[in-house]
Structures are given as C-alpha cells and as structure tokens.
Design a protein around this ligand. Sequence first.
Ligand code: CA
Ligand code: CA
Ligand code: CA
Length: 511
Amino acid sequence: MQTVSSVAAGNHRIDALLGPQAWAPGAITYSFPGASSVWSTSTGEYAAGVSEPFTGFSALDTLQQSAVVAALAAWTAVANIDFTAVADDATGQGTLRFAWSLMDTGLQSEAYQPDPLNKGGDVWLNSAAQWSGMAPGSYGYSTLLHEIGHALGLKDSALGAVTMPPAQDGYATTLMSGNALASLAGSWVDFEPTTPMVGDIAAIQHLYGADTRHHAGDDVYAFEQGQNYFQTLWDAGGTDTIQWNGLTQGATIDLREGAFSSLGKPLVYWASDYSSSQTDPWTVAIALGTRIEKAVGGSAGDELIGNDLGDLFMGRGGNDTIRGGAGLDTALYASPRAAVTTDRLVGGALQVSGPEGVDTLHGVERAQFSDGALGFDIDGLGGQAYRLYRAAFDRAPDGGGLGFWMYHLDRGFNFVEAANNFLNSAEFRLMYGENPTNEQFVRLLYVHVNHREPEPAGNQFWLDAMANRDGAFGHAWTRGEILLQFSESVENKANVVGVIEDGFDYLPYLP
Ligand SMILES: [Ca+2]
Ligand SMILES: [Ca+2]
Ligand SMILES: [Ca+2]
C-alpha cells in the first residue's frame, strides 16, 4: 500500500511518537494469515527460509483474532482510519497481517512500520513469550494496541531523534512507551491501557485526522467502584457526562482536556524486577479536543473539576468539592431549594448544606434545585441583573423575572437594552411618572436606589452626562445608561451585597 512521509507537528509530545511513514489516505485492509498464505521474498521483503514467517509460524485462533479486531477498533475510534478485513491466501492479503512466530524469548512481538514493501504493516506475536490472554486490561491486549500503533506509523517513544520527555514517557501519556510509569524505567502496571492514550491519540490524529463521528451524540460514561480502568476518552461531540457510581469511595473527576480523573481501583505500578510497587489513582483521561460537559459524583465525597467552559456538576451524596474554573458553571441538586442552606466562606467559596451533604463550591456561578435555583455570581451577570431590579423597582426581584433576564443576559443580551426594558415597564412608569424631566428622573433614582435626596454635585454630574455638557461625556447618556450606572454604583452594590452574598433565588427560565 502507498505511504506518505510523516510531517512533524512542532509539538514535542506528538513528534516523539511519529515514525517516518504513514499510510496514504483510504481504507486500510487487514488479514489473518493461515496455512495457505504466501509471503514475498523479493528484495527487502522476508528472507527465504529463516525467521518469521518461516520459523514457528502459526495462525491466530478466533479468540485472538477477536482481540485484534477490538484493538483495531480502538484506533479507528479516535482517528480517521477505516479497516477492512480481507482474505489472506495466494490471491491476496491485507496491509496489516497478524500471526504468531517464534522469536527470541526476550521479545514479545514486533511490527513493520508503514512501507510500500509487502511486509509493511505486518504484526508478529512471539509464541515463545508469556501471554496472559488478550482481554482488555491485559498485557496481551495493550501489546496489540502498541503493535498496531507501529503498523500505523507510530514509533517507540524513547527511540529516534525526537524522544518523549522523561516525565511523560509512560502509559499515562502513551502506550508506545516502554515504561508503565514514566518515573520508573521498564515498569509494569496491574491493569494496562485499554485505549490509545492522550499522546497516542494526538499523534495518530496528526497523521490521519480525527474521527469526528465517534460518540458524536450525547453520551454518559459511567464508572463503577471496584472496577479497573486505564483509558482515554475521545468523544467527537454532543453533551456528555462522566458519572461516578462510587458508594463509599470518592472520585476526582476532572473535565479539562488532557487531565486525568481518579475512577475505580487505583493502578498498581511495579518496578521492572517487581521489587517494589506504588499505587496511583489516576485512571481515566480526556483526550485533547474532547469536551465533556457534565461531572456526576457518587455517594461519597468527590472532587469535581471543570474546564474553561460552562460545566454542569452533580455531586450527589457526600461532602463534595466542586471547582468550576472559568465559564458559567452550575451545580445541580435533586433536593428542593428549601432543604438547603448556603453560606459564603472567607475567600469567596460557597458552602451548600442539605440532604446531599455539605458541598464547597469554588468558581461555581449557579446552583439548580428540584424547584428553584440560586445565583452565586454576585459580581457576574446574575448579580448585575439582581441589582438592576433593586435599582429600577426598589424591591427584590421576583424569581421568574430575574430568571428571565439572567437567561437572556447569559446569552449575550445587551445590558443597556435590558435597562431600557425596565424603564419602559408599567412598574417603572408608575414609580417615576409617565414623562419625568431629567431632573425628576435623577432625583427619583437617588430616592429609590440610594434611599436619599441627591447631593448637588452628584445631581449636576448626571444632568451634565445626559446633556453631554461641553462634549465631555462622549455622547449624551441615555436614561438606560444612567440607570445602569446607578445599578452598578458602589452605593447600590453595598446596599445589596448583604442580601445576595450567600446566593440569590431565581427561577430558571425555560424558553
Ligand atoms: Ca458525545
Ligand atoms: Ca454532595
Ligand atoms: Ca467551567
């Protein structure tokens, strides 16, 4: 099959995994050689009569073939690669071929990298080596993933001109590494990767493009206490959830690209000679370019970490720590609003206490309950909408109205336009009169927002701004702009903060 030269990505973690060639675009065939298979002995191909395929050749049994098909699928899931099974006999054979051979006992397996030669893409498994089955999680299965990586054009992470930085030269980054744990040369792990890992996915996508159809819908990735996991999630789109079903064991779920979550049994890493071991809780990574929108914790205390976008968090039972990061983040509760109390802690975090435990929320802007919601973003759009109500109407907002405006402001509705809507409302006209003069308008703002008569200098300032006196204000400020200035004034903020700092109630708007 035709090959193309690999082009460096300029990204060390990718380039450390690139072999010289990859397959040209198009479906890649594979086959399982048997007794009727033929092997080229032309120049550059297999040497006649010696070594593989002529020494100790045997075919894979059906169980082993199934394991190969699963391992191939693990690569097609992440990259724009399609495999087609073909017969392997005198009339033809696949580009990738999988069979047993008899090699040195020190070798587990080997593969020929992409090459226009016939043997390019051939994968040989050593029948003299130890194989503890080929189920996902076994060394046998990860060996298949590794050799298919070679057969597709990836190289060993520690060989060649560009090598993986030592801190990343382990399975957590790449199963093309010889170390299970990056800091421990030649180390082993009790449960092997079941998918290509973060670096492998980035490298194979660099060569072939990403699979943009894999799990493109809404997916729930559920993980169970007591189970082993070691994998990377590649998900092409949709609204997706990582759900931890732990009963007594807490998890960390980290929704950031490239980050690891601790889900299931910790991994046990062993030194190359099994003289020592260490455990590591980090088992499930999110591929670069994959966005998971929601984290659901288990019954115990969990840590849920968001990415830079708007995340959804459901801590469920236990005392959870939730870190929203950037974006408009929401904590979800099954409890009714009235069952929960909230308290803003020193430093700004929110403590939410109720039937689902005592949770600590950092950088989480909203909480949603079975029958209502709370806004915590007193400096964000929610707090601004709340203050606009207080400023315009001199009262606490009604939950439905506040929810309506938060919904639209969250989605980019112009704040001055929102203020104009308040000015034009029947409630405002009742308080300010149908057609107040500028002087009346400013005085009533002082009375309703600041609860006092205007001081002369301040009064004059607003009147000057509305007239753009001497051109000093850029333009004549509209009443909507003036209302917003009062709403976001230090004085109004100080008047309101005590009421809203532990969260302000609203009813989520459902368009
Ligand atoms: Ca999805
Ligand atoms: Ca909780
Ligand atoms: Ca976030």
